[in-house]
Design a protein around this ligand. Structure first.
Ligand SMILES: [Cu+2]
Length: 143
């Protein structure tokens, strides 16, 4: 009996480790939206130990989620959909207001401060292998 529980602990440590090794997600949050708004935005810092790319995102809170960049051109704000967001080895890539963000389209319900949103993030490594991570992000008002 004792051996079995030791084995279970060992297996769960191994599983936890292989997830850690992929991409670290920190400072992750979803922007609270205004009443009636049907789009939303999520932000986070992604850090990959090895060269990787964020290639796909989905959430039960929205019909679709796109990876966007944002730039200012002659005082005009421009958003562009990216096929993928490249992550350099060991270099944090920051998704933040005014820059890269995840854009949520056709929200199922309003994004209210204090509630949470689940996301599935898919990453592609240099060899082309796809891994995914499930994350739950808090909804906050921008400060
Ligand atoms: Cu956008």
């Amino acid at each position: 009996m004792q051996n079995i529980s030791k084995l279970i602990i060992l297996i769960s440590l191994l599983v936890a480790h292989s997830v850690d090794a992929a991409v670290t997600i920190t400072d992750a949050w979803v922007r609270e939206n205004a009443p009636g708004q049907t789009v939303g935005a999520a932000y986070m810092t992604l850090k990959s130990a090895d060269e990787s790319a964020l290639v796909f995102v989905e959430s039960p809170a929205a019909d679709s989620v796109e990876i966007h960049s944002m730039t200012m051109n002659n005082n005009v704000m421009k958003m562009r959909k990216l096929d993928e967001l490249p992550l350099k080895a060991g270099k944090p890539e920051k998704l933040a207001p005014g820059g890269f963000h995840l854009m949520l389209f056709d929200l199922k319900k309003p994004l209210k401060s204090g509630e949470k949103v689940d996301f599935k993030l898919c990453f592609k490594d240099k060899a082309g292998n796809i891994t995914h991570q499930m994350v739950t992000l808090p909804i906050k008002a921008p400060n």
